[in-house]
Design a protein around this ligand. Structure first.
Ligand code: MRU
Length: 367
C-alpha cells in the first residue's frame, strides 16, 4: 500500500527479504500509527522473536515472515552435509512455528517452502529454492488479497456502513489485506461508504492499525469502542460486517479470529446483518476437525490491565504503558475466539465467496 509521510508517498510491503544481508525487513507495527519505521532481523531467531513480540502480526504477514525466516535460517547454514542441513532446517521450522500458535498461515507457508526445497539435490540448491519459495508465498499472498477484493467488491454498495474488527488490512498481510481488499476495491470504483473500526482491545489493532491504514487510503471511517457495535446495529447503523481470520477450518467452516469476533457475529445474527470473513488460501486448515481444538493464544495479563500510548513530556514524545486496572487485580487474556459456521454469511476467498460449510466440498478449487 502507499504510505504518505511528510507529503512523500511510497509503496511498501509489510514484509520483504534482503538477500544480500540475509535479513527479513519488517514494518515495526508496535510503533504505528505514531511512527513509521522499518527494522531488519539478522537471523531466524530474531525473526521468530519479532513474530512473538508482535513487531509483525496478522495471519498473512506472519505467514510470509515465517517463510522468509525459514529461508533465512536455511541460507545461514554452512557446509554441504545434507543430513545436518535437514536437522538444522527442522529446528528453524520449530522455532518459527512456536512463535505464535493460533494462526495457521506460518505453518502452511513453511510447509510450502519445505515441499519446494525437497526437490533440491544438495544444500546449495535447497537454500536457493527456499528463498524462491518464500518469495512465491509473499507474491501469492498479494495476489490472493487482490482476488479477494475482486469477489468482495460486489457486496459493497453506495451508502453502506461496514463494521470491521481488529486489523485484517495490508499490515496483516504482505499488501492490500483480506477484510480491507473489498473496501479498497470498492473505493477504487467510486462507491461511497463508511467503515466503523472496532477499537479491538486489549491491543487496539483496530484503533491504531486499521484506522491508520484507512486514513492513509482516504477511506471514510470512525473508530468505535468494542462495546458500541451492538447499539449501532440495533439503531440500523451497520449494514455489513467483514473480518479476517487466523485459522479457518476447511472441514467445518469454524473461524478463529481476534477475540471479540464471535461476539460481533452473534450480534450480527441477532440483527439480520450479513457477516463475512475474508481469507487467502493459506488461512485454511484442512486437517483440524473441530473448532474446539483450535489453539487459542493466552497473552500477557498486562495487555488487559493497562494500555500503551504516546506521552508528551515537555517537548519529547515517547511510548509509555499506563496501568488502568485496579492494582491488586489480575486478568485473563485469550487472544482469539472461534465463530461457528452458522453465524457466518459467507467466506470471501481468492476463488469466490462460499458458505462456510461449502469449503470442504470445494477443497480442490481452494487448494
Ligand atoms: O494478534 P494479531 O494482531 O496477530 O491478530 C491477528 C489479527 O489481526 C486478526 O485476528 C485478523 O482479523 C486476522 S489476521 C488477517
Amino acid at each position: 500500500m502507499n504510505v504518505t509521510i511528510d507529503k512523500q508517498t511510497r509503496h511498501y510491503r509489510t514484509v520483504t527479504f534482503d538477500a544480500a544481508t540475509n535479513s527479513v525487513r519488517l514494518i515495526e507495527q508496535r510503533l504505528l500509527p505514531h511512527e513509521f519505521k522499518i527494522i531488519s532481523t539478522a537471523n531466524y531467531r530474531e525473526t521468530a522473536q519479532a513474530i512473538k513480540d508482535m513487531v509483525v502480526r496478522g495471519a498473512g504477514a506472519i505467514g510470509a515472515t515465517a517463510a522468509y525466516g525459514l529461508a533465512q535460517g536455511a541460507r545461514a547454514f554452512r557446509g554441504g552435509n545434507l543430513v545436518r542441513f535437514k536437522s538444522h532446517v527442522e529446528a528453524v521450522f520449530l522455532t518459527l512455528k512456536s512463535a505464535r500458535p493460533t494462526a495457521v498461515d506460518p505453518v502452511n507457508a513453511m510447509n510450502g517452502v519445505l515441499r519446494i526445497m525437497a526437490s533440491g539435490e544438495n544444500v546449495e540448491e535447497q537454500q536457493a529454492l527456499a528463498l524462491a519459495a518464500s518469495e512465491d508465498f509473499a507474491n501469492n499472498d498479494v495476489r490472493h488479497c487482490a482476488e479477494i477484493g475482486q469477489h468482495g467488491v460486489k457486496l459493497i454498495h453506495d451508502g453502506m456502513r461496514i463494521l470491521t474488527h481488529c486489523n485484517a488490512g495490508w499490515l496483516a498481510f504482505v499488501d492490500i489485506g483480506s477484510a480491507t481488499a473489498p473496501i479498497y476495491a470498492a473505493q477504487k470504483v467510486g462507491v461511497q461508504f463508511h467503515v466503523f473500526c472496532d477499537e479491538t482491545r486489549p491491543r487496539s489493532q483496530g484503533a491504531t492499525l486499521t484506522a491508520w491504514e484507512l486514513a492513509q487510503q482516504g477511506v471514510s471511517h470512525q473508530i468505535i469502542a468494542d462495546n458500541a457495535a451492538g447499539h449501532l446495529m440495533q439503531r440500523g447503523e451497520i449494514d455489513m460486517v467483514i473480518v479476517g481470520s487466523d485459522r479457518t477450518l476447511g472441514r467445518t467452516g469454524d473461524v478463529a479470529n481476534k477475540i471479540g469476533t464471535y461476539t460481533k457475529a452473534v450480534l450480527a445474527k441477532r440483527h439480520g446483518i450479513p457477516f463475512y470473513v475474508a481469507i487467502p488460501l493459506s488461512t485454511i486448515d484442512w486437517e483440524m476437525e473441530s473448532g474446539a481444538k483450535i489453539p487459542i493464544e493466552e497473552r500477557d495479563q498486562n495487555e488487559v490491565l493497562g494500555a500503551w500510548g504516546m506521552v508528551k513530556t515537555r517537548s519529547v514524545t515517547h511510548f509509555a504503558y499506563s496501568r488502568v486496572a485496579n492494582p491488586t487485580s489480575g486478568a485473563r487474556n485469550p487472544g482469539f475466539d472461534v465463530t461457528p459456521p452458522d453465524l457466518i454469511t459467507g467466506i470471501i476467498t481468492p476463488a469466490g465467496i462460499f458458505k462456510p460449510k461449502e469449503l470442504w466440498k470445494n477443497r480442490k478449487t481452494l487448494g
